[in-house]
Design a binder for this molecule. Sequence first.
Ligand code: 13P
Length: 253
Amino acid sequence: MSNRRPLIAGNWKMFKTCSEAVETAGQLVKLVAMASDIDVMIAPPFTALAPVSDIVRGSRVSLGAQNLFWETEGAYTGEISPAMLVSTECKYVIIGHSERRQYFDETGETVNKKIKAVIKNNLIPVLCVGESEKERESKETFSVLDKQIKKGLEGFSSDDLETLVIAYEPVWAIGTGKTASTDQAQEAHQFLRSVLEKSFGNMLAKSIRILYGGSVKPNNIAELMAMPDIDGALVGGASLDPETFSKIVHFKK
Ligand code: 13P
């Protein structure tokens, strides 16, 4: 058993209006009130951050954002700054999700700039990495992961990365109902930890939480969490319903 504290995070993606988000968060706060030895986070869309913040304040549920822009402020129509997230009492920021890499031109370079901004503002980065189906089939999984980690974390010292969370999300397992097998996930997580160890040393590599994401459900969370290098989950679809997400949080029962 590692001494890493598990984190179960819900990425709500582009779902829920303000009133729907407030309703879901309110139910979730009650459902996970007794969960112990585990961190819980939800990342609603930007528009719902402030109202959801009022609901989760003082509860077991922390707030996360799904993205940000690295500049402090300025003429950047449509973008959200780190300080704006801090003002909603956001704690975590998801960076480099495969949907952003795929549809919104997120690159290793922009991911790196965003992580810098997150850390500078004392927010916790959740850096997403993962290979596509084609890359897995052509046995490029490890080289893709190596590149995504090294590029995303370029220029940081181990001290900068104390709070860093990594999310391994194989693109072929997102929203498809196909979960990576526990062995496939463990193998990738172990590899990611070895890359972190080579770049930032054993102490940091051992302490960083690596979440698995991709079709996580109440019926597969326990076997995933039983693997030595899996420290939690980044949940998409199954985080939208508070009862279902709460079952994932209570995976030990
Ligand atoms: P699903 O759980 O819907 O497969 O989504 C995973 C994900 O992308 C979380 O960030």
